[in-house]
Design a protein around this ligand. Structure first.
Ligand SMILES: [Zn+2]
Length: 464
């Protein structure tokens, strides 16, 4: 029996036996309310970074472990503390960058939590707590997988490793691109694992191969210089609400499909997903029809969508018999993977200008966009992670798209264009990330940790 034959098995054994310790450390991280939003205590994010740094130091495999922050471009503020650790590759082996984030979403209404959000609690095979899934479990998958590699192989591994645990993902990653450029040498890698996404279900792992992009802006529609009595002039001049309603209506066809010329749709097959499941997961009542055309997951993963997410208009309680001179709305659009988000924004602005009823004046401001992402699935690392998933979960993985956006991935692609990016995660459809009663499915955590340890072993064993 050669040493090479026993390596994967010894890594797997070490990973499995390390799960209880990883869960205990996860519990300690969940106890720290590391919310990076304005108005919350930055000291807690710092404390969380220090706890993650201690875990990275404890591995004993890195050349350097630091806590660092970066400037937020265009401001005099600094971003939130991240943990950065690195170890150089030896003997021509690849380097892997492991990404997760240690900050969490605010908890919202405490009363909606069945157990306190920062008190890790196990019920029915799940660990409840804010950050238990998103994304402190991602942090602990990385730490647990590295522990297994070290335990099984000792210092006898050549894989280069960079660990980057961000501290402000939930708060918009405002210093992310700056951080990448400040630390590009320490972060440069052949393969990047972003452990911040989800799986198909509680048994079936998934590789996220596409993400929609997004664009969001505020639109002001103006038709009058000032408000007027609706009895005096109503019927002869357009009020801004009428113009806004008619304008917004042009954004969709009668069945709810986006009707804006210049917005792309990606042509790709999607797995079967029934209307019944959609109704259940989205909370769509029996009498209300779904919108859009084509396979349901295709609508969510591969087509654009447009949602009006806010309106500034007279409130119901303040309504008077008045013609409103101006109305503002926030338009939030999802962009098909493959289309540049700025281009999608420009198509929507063009459409709105071309359709402004009665010559209404339009003003666009607070424009924001983030690009989507398409994995090049031809890279060797995709094959390696699929194998590792199969071995770790005992089930073939599926490729999934995600209707949401992780804009910082575009920054990774731009800074490290030759790296292969693998988007994985520990969430399952019941994780309720960002919501009350967020939880981690414990069996998924175990399988994710084992899979990542097996992936590290494969990369280390790759011929130089
Ligand atoms: Zn996350």
């Amino acid at each position: 029996m050669t040493a090479d034959l026993t390596r994967p098995d010894s890594v797997r054994d070490a990973a499995v036996s390390g799960v209880p310790a990883a869960l205990a450390d996860l519990g300690s991280l969940v106890r720290i309310p590391s919310i990076a939003f304005p108005g919350f205590d930055r000291a807690e994010v710092q404390r969380s970074a220090e706890a993650v740094k201690a875990l990275a130091d404890g591995l004993g495999i890195f050349d350097a472990v630091t806590i660092a922050d970066a400037a937020i471009p265009g401001t005099d503020e600094r971003g939130m503390p991240a943990v950065l650790a690195s170890r150089a590759a030896r003997n021509g082996k690849p380097t892997i960058l492991l990404y997760a984030h240690h900050d969490v979403q605010p908890v919202g209404d405490d009363a909606l939590w069945e157990s306190p959000p920062f008190e890790p609690t196990v019920r029915d095979g799940r660990l409840y707590g804010r950050g238990a899934a998103d994304d402190k479990a991602g942090v602990m998958v990385h730490i647990g997988a590295l522990r297994a590699l070290k335990e099984a192989l000792g210092d006898d591994f050549d894989l280069g490793v960079a660990l980057f645990i961000e501290g402000e993902e939930e708060a918009g990653s405002r210093s992310f691109a700056q951080f990448l450029s400040d630390h590009s040498d320490a972060l440069r890698a052949d393969v990047i694992v972003v452990a911040d996404s989800g799986n198909w279900d509680q048994k079936t792992p998934a590789l996220t191969v596409s993400l929609r992009g997004n664009t969001r802006f505020t639109l002001k529609v103006r038709t009058l210089d000032h408000a007027s009595h609706s009895g005096m002039f109503g019927g002869a001049v357009p009020d801004a609400m009428m113009a806004t309603v008619r304008l917004l209506d042009t954004l969709w066809d009668a069945d709810g499909t986006v009707a804006v010329e210049g917005l792309a749709t990606r042509d790709a097959a999607t797995p079967e997903y029934s209307e019944e499941t959609l109704r259940d997961e989205a909370g769509l009542p029996a009498g209300v029809a779904p919108i859009g055309r084509g396979p349901i997951l295709g609508r969510i993963w591969n087509q654009p969508s447009i949602t009006v997410t806010g309106v500034d208009a007279p409130t119901v309680v303040n309504a008077s018999n008045t013609l409103s001179p101006e109305i503002s709305v926030v338009v939030s659009a999802r962009v098909a993977p493959g289309q540049v988000a700025r281009e999608a924004y420009e198509a929507i602005e063009r459409h709105l200008r071309a359709h402004a009823p009665f010559g209404a004046e339009l003003e666009f401001r607070d424009v924001d966009f983030g690009d989507g992402f398409l994995v090049d699935t031809s890279g060797w690392a995709v094959g390696a992670v699929r194998e590792a998933f199969h071995e770790g979960y005992g089930v073939e993985p599926v490729d999934i798209g995600v209707g949401g956006s992780i804009p910082f991935i575009a920054d990774l692609v731009q800074t490290f264009p030759s790296a292969q990016i693998l988007v994985t995660g520990v969430e399952d459809p019941h994780a309720r990330a960002h919501s009350p009663n967020e939880s981690l499915h414990l069996e998924t955590f175990r399988n994710a940790l084992v899979s990542e340890a097996l992936l590290l072993e494969k990369l280390d064993a790759r011929p130089a």
